[in-house]
Structure formats: structure tokens, C-alpha cells
Design a protein around this ligand. Structure first.
Ligand SMILES: Nc1ncnc2c1ncn2[C@@H]1O[C@H](COP(=O)(O)OP(=O)(O)OP(=O)(O)O)[C@@H](O)[C@H]1O
Ligand SMILES: [Mg+2]
Length: 429
């Protein structure tokens, strides 16, 4: 049997349809590589859950390393600082890259330790760790100390890498919407300061986060708005087909055109859904040899598995929503149209539009719904509306599990086109 080449929830084997973004990142890093100067302000990719932010960043990381960059990766978590992680990852990256001659390693380690202390990392050199406690405004002092420590770290690391023939340093920060305000402020101030001497600072920071990220950064430092924000769209039809077909083709397995169309129609360009559906189809078909073909029947056979996977995710989202958020989502789902206006939601719930501002923004922040043109919103992930219709139908605010089973059944009965004769892709013949 051939291994399943699809990766729901993990970076894909084939990153399809992201040429624009990849070019953009290469251009950004190219300046560091060529001139040894800072890439520019923070570059941040935005998008809802499952649209492919982490996958793009992982791809960029691999590409950067192939072009001589040293990279470090951190992911932010709510209510937890990410800078300690960032500092230790940068330090580790240098060590793993095996850049430094043995004679310099000891002093570099000590240098890293003294920088790390400012971020609460334990150290063999216990320098000013307690000094901050004596100041009248310990927080302000701590922030100042962290900014200058981070400046030193990024500057010195970039310079070290550069002086030994490397291209520079790239730091990737995923889940940036979850960054604490203090840490975001330190990172932004550091970058601002280093930009003043851009020619001495061969490094860049590339981030990704939910659409709420710009607000988080501006809230931390007003000039956070000068970061470059790029929204990651869903995949175009050709890219969606490639995302499904190419990993199979690498193993000598072919999808029929009709099967690809069904998967593409279901997923609507949403990368996570493409992976889930393709993965489930493969599991159902279990192709074992070069030349095997995946047809529409196999897509159908895989649907129960795909549904299980999706409904548990939808159920988790529904369970995590507040009552008012659920009411908004229920109105949107019941509308049955691709987008819904804010006024329509307000009218349905019998409330003034402004009264729904907070829960609506929170749904947008969580990446569950997104603005779609003037005064309109839509669900970010196709299929969630269907789940909600079922969940609400069985009164499942308390029992999403039961709802999900009904959804699976309903969906298989109603939603997919039948395997008609024309659907039975000719490539098999
Ligand atoms: N360009 C692409 N081509 C093919 N598959 C992709 C692509 N981008 C993402 N995927 C797939 O989509 C799924 C979601 O991707 P990823 O985890 O990168 O999304 P995300 O935006 O980081 O989501 P989250 O906000 O939940 O972290 C994964 O299964 C991944 O394999
Ligand atoms: Mg991610």
C-alpha cells in the first residue's frame, strides 16, 4: 500500500498556488541577501484558521535556509510571553548551524545568556536579573532593557552570520494575534530602532496571524500599523486542483477530472478542507500501485471519515462560542446565502446593529467569520454553516456531538452530486 500523501493540519507536501506570496517573501529577503541590510518593517500574513498561514511560513523557512539564511521559529500563545522563546531559538539556531569556530563558542554562549536574563531565561551569568526590582517603574525599565537586549541579539546574530558567509537571520513568528501586548511592543520598538541602521542589520521578521493581528500590533505600539500586512486568500480553482492532484501524482496515482471537481466544489478553495477530503478519499481507496485511479466513487466512500474530522472541529468552535455569538452564527447559517449583512443579522435578532458589534468583532478575531464587502460578513470555512443548521435544528447548543452525526448523514444524502455517468471520469477508460 502507498502512504497517504495528504496532511490535514500539517504543512502540505505540495504547497499549491502561493507563488505571489513566495515571490513577495523572496523579494523581501533578497535585499538582506544582496545588500546585507534589514528586510524592512515586519511582514505579516493574515487569514482565518486553516487557510495556510503556517504552511506558507514553513515553506518560506525552508526556502530561506536553502538560500543561506539562518532561521528561528516561534509560535505565540495566549497569555504567555513569546520573547523568551524567540531569544533561545535564535541562540540555538546559531549553534545548530555550526557557524562559530570552537574558540568563539564560549563567549557567544555567555553573551546569549546575558541577553536571555532580560527575558527571564535562567543563566549561568546572573547579571542584572534583580536590578529591575529596585526601580520606581519596574515595568518601564524592564521594557527598555528588553528592547536594548533584543536589539543587541538581532544585530549581533545577523552580523555574526554575515561575517561568516551566511545571508542573514530570519525570525518567523506564527500565531501573532496571540502575542502579549508587552512582547509585541518590545518587538516593534526593537525593529523600529534597528531600522535606523538598516545597513548594519541583516535580518527580517516574518509573521502570520488571524485577521485581528493588525489591531493587536497597533494596540502595542502605534507604529505597528506600519507593518506590511498581506491577506492570504483561498486557493484559485487551478491551485486547488493541483493541491489535490500533485501529491498523488508523485506516487503515480491519478485523480479523475470529475473527482477533482467534486473535491474542489466541496472545499471552495479552502486548503484545510482540500487536505481533509483528499486524505479521506485516499484512506477509503487505499491505492496500492502505480497507475491506480481515484474516482468520484472513492470521494464518496471517503466522506464519512472527512465528515467526522470536520464535525469535531465545528463542534469545538460551536462549543467555544458565547450565547450571543451563537445567535449571530445561527442567523448567518439560516440565511443560507454566501454573505449576510450586519443589518440583516440585527433585524433577525431584534437588536440595534451597534449592540452586536462586540460579539461580531470577536467572531472575526477568532477567524470564524470575516468581513466580505460593505457591511457584510461570511463564514471563513465552508461547511460550518451547514453544521450550525443541523446543530440548531436539534437544539444542540448543549449537544453538538449528536448534531454532528446528523450532519454527516444529511450531508451524504443531500449535498453531493450523484455519481452520474458523466461524472465517472473518462480518464479511467
Ligand atoms: N497552499 C497550499 N496547498 C495545499 N495545501 C495547503 C496549502 N496551504 C495550506 N494547506 C493545508 O491546509 C491546512 C491548513 O494549513 P495551515 O495549518 O498552514 O493553516 P493556518 O492558516 O496556519 O491555520 P491556523 O490558523 O489554524 O494555524 C493544512 O492541512 C495544510 O496542509
Ligand atoms: Mg497556523
Amino acid at each position: 500500500m502507498l502512504p497517504n500523501p495528504y496532511a490535514p493540519g500539517e504543512p502540505p507536501r505540495v504547497l499549491a498556488g502561493r507563488e505571489l506570496q513566495q515571490d513577495r517573501i523572496r523579494g523581501y529577503l533578497g535585499r538582506i541577501g544582496t545588500y546585507g541590510e534589514m528586510g524592512g518593517p515586519l511582514l505579516v500574513f493574515l487569514g482565518p484558521r486553516g487557510v495556510g498561514k503556517t504552511s506558507l511560513l514553513r515553506d518560506a523557512q525552508r526556502d530561506a535556509e536553502a538560500h543561506g539564511f539562518i532561521t528561528a521559529w516561534v509560535a505565540c500563545r495566549r497569555n504567555a510571553p513569546f520573547l523568551p522563546d524567540l531569544v533561545s531559538r535564535v541562540g540555538k539556531a546559531i549553534e545548530t548551524a555550526d557557524f562559530l569556530p570552537r574558540s568563539d563558542r564560549g563567549s557567544w554562549r555567555l553573551r546569549l545568556d546575558s541577553i536571555g536574563v532580560e527575558f527571564g531565561l535562567s543563566s549561568v551569568v546572573k547579571v542584572s536579573a534583580t536590578a529591575a526590582a529596585d526601580r520606581s517603574d519596574p515595568r518601564a525599565h524592564q521594557r527598555g532593557a528588553q528592547i536594548s537586549a533584543l536589539e543587541d541579539l538581532l544585530h549581533e546574530t545577523g552580523a555574526q552570520i554575515r561575517s561568516r558567509g551566511g545571508a542573514g537571520l530570519v525570525v518567523f513568528v506564527d500565531e501573532l494575534h496571540a502575542a502579549t501586548r508587552d512582547d509585541s511592543a518590545v518587538l516593534l520598538n526593537t525593529m523600529q530602532n534597528l531600522a535606523g541602521r538598516r545597513e548594519d542589520n541583516p535580518f527580517a521578521v516574518i509573521g502570520a496571524g488571524l485577521p485581528s493581528t493588525p489591531g493587536v500590533l497597533v494596540n502595542a505600539a502605534t507604529f505597528g500599523e506600519r507593518s506590511t500586512f498581506l491577506t492570504l486568500p483561498r486557493l484559485e480553482p487551478a491551485a486547488a486542483a493541483a493541491a489535490v492532484a500533485e501529491p498523488a501524482a508523485e506516487l503515480g496515482v491519478t485523480w479523475t477530472t470529475a473527482a477533482l471537481q467534486v473535491v474542489a466544489a466541496e472545499a471552495q478553495g479552502f486548503p484545510y478542507l482540500l487536505q481533509v477530503l483528499a486524505h479521506a478519499t485516499w484512506e477509503a481507496a487505499r491505492p496500492s500501485a502505480l497507475g491506480d485511479v481515484l474516482d468520484i466513487d472513492q470521494v464518496h466512500a471517503g466522506l464519512p471519515l472527512a465528515d467526522d474530522q470536520l464535525t469535531s472541529m465545528y463542534a469545538a468552535r460551536w462549543a467555544a462560542a458565547t450565547e450571543l455569538e451563537r445567535q449571530i452564527m445561527a442567523v448567518m447559517a439560516q440565511a443560507g446565502t454566501p454573505t449576510v449583512t450586519r443589518a440583516e443579522i440585527a433585524a433577525q435578532l431584534g437588536r440595534p446593529t451597534q449592540a452586536l458589534g462586540v460579539p461580531r468583532e470577536r467572531l472575526i478575531d477568532k477567524g470564524i467569520i470575516e468581513p466580505a464587502g460593505r457591511g457584510e460578513v461570511r463564514f471563513t470555512m465552508p461547511g460550518f454553516d451547514r453544521y450550525i443548521r443541523e446543530a440548531v435544528a436539534v437544539g444542540a447548543s448543549s449537544e453538538p456531538e449528536q448534531a454532528s452525526r446528523r450532519l454527516g448523514a444529511g450531508r451524504r444524502r443531500r449535498e453531493l452530486p450523484p455519481a452520474s455517468d458523466t461524472d465517472r471520469g473518462s480518464p479511467r477508460r
